[in-house]
Design a protein around this ligand. Structure first.
Ligand SMILES: NC(=O)C1=CN([C@@H]2O[C@H](COP(=O)(O)OP(=O)(O)OC[C@H]3O[C@@H](n4cnc5c(N)ncnc54)[C@H](O)[C@@H]3O)[C@@H](O)[C@H]2O)C=CC1
Ligand SMILES: NCC(=O)COP(=O)(O)O
Length: 343
């Protein structure tokens, strides 16, 4: 946490616009419009004001630096301008927009690292648009980790909603590569970072973790796959021996029903959709993606760019509002902890 942050004068949160042709501009404008009803801490957007005014008719105030945000926040959406050169057409992403999204992300990371912004909330980006302009990271998570000097495996993606938190142990890789990517070490590091992250960001001192199996029925004693016996179980046992409150592997199909969810604080899942399907089914409009293991607080709405509805004024700001709220809460929570509180 940058030493400059204190409870008294929390700097504004930085919110990146994401792809200017996606729904980012609309949901950020809509989030600002309901800031009072939702008690949102001051934030500013980093991106093209042209993209926002194309889809949202509220007031925008261009600011020269984040410290101007608080003064205008009550009357207009503060915007740290990123000039996008090309035409911006909602629903029609292009290379210029991808460059703008990346530029905003880079600036947002820098501001959060320096403490000029109290946290980073990222708007949705189109991954294929980023890949097409030479982005070599799987997603924003790994890019932010690199910029913060954190090894990729130590930056843990967590998706969180009111009744469920999930961690995809493997993230953006093809399904056919998942089994080969799993290892005792990877599960161990994801679990350890998760436990510390739940303590630092949510104040859960002794988090209860569960681990899903990979195969149907968690492998059925090795008859339906051996990853549980050879990788997941040894990882869980070694973590338990070190004092972590963790159990599994559990059959994935029975891990997410209501009474089971009440028994844990987070579920480690073996691949992206094993984690994100239950989360988005339960909490699509309030789901937040938080990166654990970073020196900064970073959140994002759980959904993507939704190019198909961009510019139609029908996108819900719910997950963006939840992402802003969760970021602020985590910043305030971290400020109350001593450096050694979470191990
Ligand atoms: N945090 C991020 O930057 C994320 C980016 N993506 C990217 O977004 C792009 C599109 O991905 P999809 O799989 O289509 O997922 P998506 O989340 O953009 O859209 C899935 C469905 O949900 C709807 N939807 C999404 N957000 C909504 C909102 N706020 N209000 C109302 N409806 C909403 C869309 O219209 C669509 O029907 C991809 O390039 C993907 O890489 C996807 C997930 C997260
Ligand atoms: N499905 C979650 C997602 O795509 C978020 O990725 P990231 O860009 O935040 O790493």
């Amino acid at each position: 946490m940058p030493a400059s942050l204190s409870h008294d004068a929390l700097p504004p949160l930085a919110v990146t616009l994401g792809d200017p042709a996606g729904i980012g501009p609309e949901i950020i404008g809509k989030a600002w419009a309901v800031r009072e009803a939702h008690g949102l801490s001051p934030f500013f957007v980093i991106g093209s004001s042209r993209a926002i005014s194309a889809v949202w008719n509220g007031p925008i105030a261009r600011i020269g630096s984040p410290d101007e945000a608080r003064a205008v926040y009550g009357s207009a959406l503060p915007c740290l301008e990123i000039e996008c050169t090309g035409e911006i057409v909602p629903g029609q992403p292009d290379a210029d927009g991808a460059h703008c999204a990346l530029h905003a992300l880079e600036i947002g990371i820098g501001l959060a690292k320096s403490g000029v912004a109290s946290a980073l909330v990222t708007g949705p980006v189109g991954k294929s648009q980023l890949y097409a302009v030479g982005f070599t990271h799987p997603g924003q998570t790994e890019f932010i980790a690199e910029r913060c000097g954190i090894a990729r495996d130590n930056a843990v993606m967590m998706l969180a909603g009111p009744s469920l938190r999930v961690i995809p142990v493997t993230i953006h890789i093809p399904l056919r590569d998942v089994a080969d990517a799993l290892s005792v070490d990877l599960i161990r590091v994801r679990a350890l970072v998760t436990a510390r992250g739940l303590c630092r960001n949510f104040g859960i001192e002794k988090p209860r973790l569960v681990v899903a199996g990979l195969n149907p029925h968690a492998g059925e004693n090795g008859n339906l796959g051996r990853e549980e016996m050879e990788i997941i179980q040894p990882a869980v046992e070694s973590l338990r021996a070190e004092g972590l409150e963790i159990s599994g592997p559990y059959p994935p199909d029975a891990l997410f029903h209501e009474s089971m969810r009440e028994t844990y604080d987070a579920a480690l899942c073996m691949y992206h959709d094993q984690a994100l399907i239950p989360l988005k089914t339960l909490h699509f409009d309030e789901g937040v993606n938080m990166t654990l293991g970073l020196p900064i607080v970073r959140t994002s709405p759980d959904h993507g760019t939704a190019f198909g509805i961009a510019g139609q004024n029908i996108a819900s700001p719910g997950a963006m509002i939840a992402a802003i709220r969760m970021a602020e809460k985590a910043v305030r929570g971290r400020l109350t902890l001593s450096e050694s509180a979470c191990g």
